[in-house]
Write a protein that binds this ligand. Structure first.
Ligand SMILES: [Zn+2]
Length: 71
């Protein structure tokens, strides 16, 4: 039983070792890991980036609301 434990690389399907000798597990190689991670990041970045229209100026309006209330 000296067979190293391998799985199919989720990206390319090549055998990939899943022991500690493989830094890129469950992928077979660094390339596959980076490609798959890149895909994943692409997916999560589909949410529109709000940095173009951050609603930071709205807080300026909140100061004078209580001047109409009788004390
Ligand atoms: Zn691979």
């Amino acid at each position: 039983m000296s067979n190293p434990k391998t799985i199919s690389c989720p990206h390319c399907g090549e055998p990939a070792r899943v022991d500690s000798s493989n830094d890129y597990r469950p992928f077979c190689s660094r390339r596959c890991k980076l490609i798959d991670l890149g895909d994943w990041l692409d997916e999560s970045n589909r949410i529109p980036d709000p940095s173009g229209s951050a609603p930071q100026g709205n807080w300026d309006n909140g100061g004078g609301d209580d001047q109409g209330l009788p004390h």
